[in-house]
Design a protein around this ligand. Sequence first.
Ligand SMILES: [Cu+2]
Ligand SMILES: [Zn+2]
Length: 191
Amino acid sequence: MKKRLITLGINTSFLLLIGIFLVLMSCDRIQQQAGVLSIPSTKQAIATIGSASGSSVTGMATFTQNGDQITLTIEIQNASPGIHAVHIHENGDCSSPDGKSAGGHWNPTGVAHGKWGEGEFHLGDLGNITVGEDGTGGIELTTSLWEIGTGSDIDVVGRGIVVHAGADDFTSQPSGDAGARIGCGAIALAE
Ligand SMILES: [Cu+2]
Ligand SMILES: [Zn+2]
């Protein structure tokens, strides 16, 4: 009698294990099917903004792709209250203390400097950030004019984000007369 009970116990456990195994298998299959059906994973690029020209500016720029739209969010801290120009510059190189290693404005379409969305403007002409009394500020921009990680002329990866001491007047050539470079960050593909 006791032996029969043990056998029954083993059989039940065995069936239970098979059951769990089958449930796990089907979950895995559902996940695989969902993977095939879902839209391609969103690509992201980031730049950590560090100080330049003796400032104490810090910040973060995040590019997130959704279909053919890329949304850029920039947040800065420890900046002087007021208006500060921010651009994408040619080089993701912030090695020089004055930020000049980032080169000029990123301008793959070869047009004049200007205001984003109005007439001619560089693809790096992001505009101005208004910084409050607490030293923080930011901008958000969504566009289909850039790409992330494609290696094309309009790929933002490998470029640099530069924050300036002054405002961009949107008319002075070639860079809006925005003054010294007080923040700089290289744009890299996020893992
Ligand atoms: Cu600039
Ligand atoms: Zn420009």
